[in-house]
Design a protein around this ligand. Structure first.
Ligand code: ADP
Ligand code: MG
Length: 279
C-alpha cells in the first residue's frame, strides 16, 4: 500500500507540542522497533489509583497478551491509550514521535489505534457488508479519490475482510441477526477496514463459544505482522494459543505491571500466583 494513503492532515495535530520531530505525521515511526510506549502512567479516581506508574512497551507487529485480576487497571490502560481518559502523569507514545496524550480520541483513532470493546458495537439494522462499508467510510483515507477504481478497490477490501472474519455467507444478513460471537468478529472486521497500526482488544473471547474462540485465535494469528495487537483476556487456553511458547505476556495487578515474560515464566512468578492464578 502506498504509505502516503495513510497520512494524516497536519491540521489534525493542532498545536501538539510533542510532535515537533514528526516529518510525515501519518506515518508511525517504528525505527526503534517499538509501536507503543507507556511510561509511568498514573490515573486516580477520587483518590483511588486505578493505574500506578504503569510502564510497558510493545514491539511493532507484536501480539501482546495482557492478563491480570479484575480491577487491575487493564481497561483503564486502554482508555488512556485511546484518549478516553487523560492520566494524572506519565507518557504515552505511538512509535517514537506521536505523543498520544496531546491528541483527542478521534485523532488517536486516525493515527491508527483501533479499539475493540468487550460489548460488540455494530449497526444492527444494516447488513453485514454495509457495516464494513460504513467503517470504511469513516476512514478518511478512502476519500482521497472518488473514482470507480477506488470503489472496486473498496469492494475488494470488503470481500477480503468478510472472508477473513468468516462472515462471507452472512454478508447480506442484518447485523442484528448475528450471534454474539459473530458480532464480535464483525466488529473486528470493521476495525480492520480502517487499517489499524495497533489494535487493542479488551476480552474479545468473552461470551464466545469454544469454536468461536478457536476461530478468533486463528484470525488474530493471521493478523500477526499486519498490525500490532494488545489483547486483554482471562481465558488462559486462549492466551496460551495466542502467545505460544515465545510470546511475551504482561501481568498487571493494582495498576501496574507485576510480571512480564513467556506464559510459562509468568505462571511460575510468585506475585502472579499470589494475586491472580492462585496455587
Ligand atoms: P480491569 O479492566 O483490569 O478489570 P479497570 O481498569 O476496569 O480494571 O478498573 C481498575 C479500577 O479502577 C477498578 O477498581 C475500577 O473500579 C476503577 N475504575 C475504573 N474506571 C473508573 C471510573 N470511571 N470511576 C471510578 N473508578 C473507576
Ligand atoms: Mg476490564
Amino acid at each position: 500500500m502506498n504509505a502516503k494513503l495513510g497520512s494524516i492532515n497536519n491540521a489534525d495535530f493542532g498545536d501538539a507540542t510533542g510532535l515537533v520531530h514528526v516529518k510525515e505525521p501519518g506515518e508511525v515511526d517504528v525505527r526503534h522497533g517499538m509501536i507503543l510506549y507507556v511510561e509511568d502512567v498514573s490515573v486516580s479516581f477520587e483518590g483511588f489509583k486505578a493505574l500506578n506508574k504503569l510502564s510497558l512497551a510493545i514491539h511493532d507487529a507484536e501480539l501482546r497478551c495482557v492478563i491480570g485480576p479484575n480491577g487491575a487497571g487493564k481497561t483503564t490502560m486502554m482508555d488512556v491509550i485511546t484518549g478516553k481518559t487523560k492520566p494524572d502523569s506519565g507518557q504515552v507514545f505511538l512509535g517514537q514521535t506521536i505523543d498520544l496524550l496531546h491528541l483527542d480520541e478521534p485523532r488517536i483513532a486516525r493515527c491508527g489505534v483501533g479499539r475493540k470493546f468487550q460489548k460488540p458495537t455494530v449497526f444492527e439494522r444494516h447488513m453485514v457488508w454495509e457495516n464494513l462499508d460504513l467503517a470504511r467510510q469513516s476512514d478518511k483515507r478512502w476519500f482521497r479519490s472518488l473514482t470507480a477504481r477506488i470503489t472496486e478497490e473498496a469492494w475488494a477490501k470488503i470481500q477480503e475482510t468478510l472472508h477473513l472474519i468468516g462472515l462471507a455467507d452472512a454478508a447480506c444478513q442484518t447485523a442484528g441477526e448475528l450471534s454474539h460471537g459473530q458480532k464480535q468478529f464483525l466488529e473486528i472486521g470493521m476495525l480492520l477496514m480502517q487499517h489499524p497500526r495497533l489494535l487493542l482488544l479488551d476480552e474479545p473471547a468473552a461470551g464466545m463459544s469454544d469454536r468461536e474462540t478457536e476461530r478468533l485465535a486463528e484470525l488474530l494469528d493471521h493478523l500477526r505482522g499486519l498490525c500490532s495487537m494488545m489483547v486483554v483476556e482471562h481465558d488462559m487456553a486462549f492466551v496460551a494459543a495466542l502467545s505460544g511458547a515465545n510470546g511475551i505476556v504482561t501481568v498487571m495487578a493494582e495498576g501496574c505491571v507485576i510480571a512480564e515474560g513467556t506464559l510459562e515464566q509468568v505462571k511460575q512468578n510468585e506475585r502472579v500466583i499470589e494475586s491472580y492464578l492462585g496455587r
